[in-house]
Design a protein around this ligand. Sequence first.
Ligand code: MG
Length: 386
Amino acid sequence: MIRSINTLLVPIPTIREHKLACTVMREQVLVLVHIQTEDGYEGWGEATTIGGLSYAEESPHSIKTNIDTYFTPLLLKEQPASTAKAMQLLSLHINGNRFAKCAIETALLDIEGKRLNLPVSELIGGRVRDRIEVAWTLASGDTATDISEAKQMVEQKKHRIFKLKIGSNPILDDVAHVLAIKKALPDCRITVDVNQAWTELDAMQGIGLLQAGGVDLIEQPISMRNQAGLKRLKERFDVAIMADEIVHDPQNAFQLAANHCADVFAVKINQAGGLKAACLIGQMAHLAGIELYGGTMLEGPIGTAASAHVFSTYPSLNFDTELFGPLLLTDDVLAQPLDYQTFGLTVPTGAGLGIEVDKDKVYHYAEQGGVILPKLSESKKYPAET
Ligand SMILES: [Mg+2]
């Protein structure tokens, strides 16, 4: 029996400004779900998104309101007997709200795993790898700062794959920035994420130059509404084109995979609507011959651990992951931080998510409650439908 479901907004400052095409982040508001059962088990889930409403269509506040108003009363009343039955119930009564559904499923799987003494990875298909490589995102906005940050990361054996957030500057400036970094780090894989900022015509120019400069992967160059355009770019260029924002639930991923709209899918547990949905997307992509990349909504350690369990089950993960969210935050909400070393993250092996949440700290941050939203002047609208 579920006794309680608490949804907490937990703002934590970032270690530096994190500049994306759509916003500048100075803190991340973790949306944490804490479920307790009558027989003494507890589970945690996370529904974090990026930059208020600037990135996705659900905000930390809308997620919390919807869980408190609709999810919690339904689950407490119906008391589903398993995680699968709970998710079936939610899909029957609640449209959309993929982030909230993901957090609830994660917390219930955490409980189920603890009850059965199995890691979550074994409840969702079974892990085939215990370690995953983790890329770092360079997003200080300054080329020299990014190069020194990257060199430090390589030296300390933290990361050797770097993703650059571009799209908010003129194309030629962005390309010069990326190629300077590629030249300074010739042995590292360099990828770019445009976060939908380019028109298709911009993309033809930008991708051509980046491909010639040896960039390894281009992520979501154009609007998520322009599916046909993404396919055209994929067919036009040899460099791998990755679909990110455009990949939502399994149904939409099926369409994209069937039409082979990209070379690589970035899969995110929150965008997918849960852990099992993210596993399903991974399987479909694999069957369609599309490569996989483990994405992040810059979740803290709870969502990151959940993502690691999912990505550990993928038959192949040739483009690795970007599960660096906890490393971007100035504080950790776990009693024991996740195990990042030698360019990667070890998938937790304990029961459930395999993590211990520092409850006092979580509730302390949540009580502070001061949520700083990105300033309007720094938010940039996505390009109009193309
Ligand atoms: Mg992206």
